[in-house]
Write a protein that binds this ligand. Sequence first.
Ligand code: T4K
Length: 406
Amino acid sequence: MMINKSPLIYFVTDLAIFSGEKAFADSLHVGRPNIGNKQHYLQLINDMLDRRWLSNRGPYIEQFERKIADYLGVKHCIAMCNGTVALEIAIRALDLKGEVIVPSFTFVATAHALKWQEISAVFCDIDPVTHHIDPAKIEKMITPRTTGIIGVHTWGRACDVEAIEEIAKTKRLKVLYDAAHAFACTHKRRPVGQFGNAEVFSFHATKFFNTLEGGAVVTNDDELAKKIRLMKNFGFAGYDDVVLIGTNGKMNEASAAMGLVNLESMEEFVTINRRNYECYKSCLEGIRGIRLHCYDDLEKYNYQYIVVEVDQEQAGLSRDELQKVLWAENVLVRRYFYPGCHRMEPYRSYYPNADLLLRKTEEVVKKVLVLPTGTSITPTVIDTICSIIRVSINNASEVRDRLLSK
Ligand code: T4K
């Protein structure tokens, strides 16, 4: 990575939208993969090739599942090919049908995993501070067709599991958590993975901990785990015996090997992410209109999401304008989860007026920007990114004029 300008000499005319020159020679992405010991990985792949065992019930997969279950303190971990299929299978195994309550402020996979099986995703508004499904609004969404609630542990912080599970108990609903963001995080000192009827992780390349592509369902429910195991393997109970409808949700050996290697470096990933977070915290301090989503010291987090909210009135620039400036500088920040699932197909056609019930979601999707972090990002880079934000906001009217003239 080459940084060809010092933050000390930044003036508004140094920004790429004025000078045409970018601050970073290479693009800085949200979600560059964290990669553990490459030599160890190559050795495992070599052994796998020698063994000629690449998938079904391979030794790496079995080892990986055991290690994840032990790490999370749960009875069962069923590794999968990705988080989306893991969600689909968990939903099916839980026998969810009719309507399921879910936040719209999530990656579209959460809603699609329901709709894929003709279950209606009923979108519930979020708490504008935590960005989590708002339990106070869940009850109003419950109808006789409701069978479950999916909470999403957005940005790696657990949603309000106590309130959700209380509602679920009273109304006899199942609870599934989309924990795609929250591997290696805790809630009230308990690892995320231990809550609800089951929880689902994503181990996609862009996640803090990855298996190239991958995911898992974790649960303490023996019967459910058994069903999920069958479902992820076409329903096979033996070589020739299919006992239920299933799909192919299996993780392969190369992914499991990546998981085993990355597990060894996980604490290092957390340390780097935490350092980056602290660095953003201090560099963004005092920039008007920028609010960093803070992590507390009460829980363990993976610090994978550096989330800021841009207050247009105070900053003088909208979130989208700031994104344009950063993209011009090769900093590929993302507007997760814009525009909200309810404004994506097929949901926007089903619920054209959903925005009326999703006031807070509508506000939040216009403000959020996710900044780059992970092991590929250094404090010097963070300092420069924050300088670009600061200079842009301090010179908001010139920046806006320039953007309009482009
Ligand atoms: N639930 C939630 C709450 C989720 O956030 C997700 C996934 C899921 C469920 C489903 O889990 P999976 O089925 O994916 O396991 C990305 C990821 O593809 C997706 O996994 C993730 N959430 C979502 C939040 O982000 P995009 O469309 O932003 O990906 P993309 O390709 O634009 O990558 C983001 C940045 O990362 C790029 O700027 C480049 C960089 N990158 C990406 C890859 C794949 C790399 O540097 N190297 C890479 O190998 O969706």
